[in-house]
Write a protein of this length. Structure first.
Length: 154
């Protein structure tokens, strides 16, 4: 009887029967989980951005006004921008969780747009804008790294 590690048909198996990662592809086991986590973050981020937009549309007094900011916007119009981008991010996040291939590319684009939007809204809500930018960077990284079918043993 031969041991699993000496089987020429399955050289990737170790003696204990657990698969050994392919050299250079250790991250491939984590990537699908990171994409799923990115989808959940997109869904949550989109919903919270919708709430942020509703706050800006309904009551402008909740936000700090910065008189000498280069990118000055009407907060009601800015709130509608948050609502629209938030809805799009949440919808693409839901499709990402369903496994739609196009959602990865749309997610990269929309989270980059969300990060830009949060950067421009930095003086109005600074701490939350920095948190959203950091989450958007993580989402973009997770969506860019994932390659479906890469690293699967043949």
């Amino acid at each position: 009887m031969t041991s699993p590690s000496s089987n020429p048909e399955q050289p990737w198996r170790t003696g204990s029967g657990t698969p050994r990662p392919t050299p250079g592809n250790e991250f491939s086991d984590w990537a699908p989980g990171l994409v799923m986590f990115a989808g959940v973050l997109m869904l949550m981020n989109g919903i919270m951005e919708v709430f942020r937009g509703i706050m800006a549309v309904s009551d402008d007094d909740l936000f700090v006004h910065t008189p000498r900011y280069v990118f000055r916007f009407d907060l009601t119009g800015w709130g509608w921008i948050h609502i629209i981008i938030g809805v799009l991010v949440a919808v693409v996040g839901a499709f990402l969780l369903k496994g739609a291939a196009w959602a990865r590319f749309a997610g990269i684009f929309l989270t980059a747009l969300s990060a830009l939007e949060s950067f421009l809204a930095l003086p109005y809500y600074p701490f939350w804008s920095l948190v959203v930018i950091a989450l958007d960077i993580f989402i973009i990284c997770a969506l860019c790294v994932y390659r479906p079918g890469a690293g699967a043993p043949s």
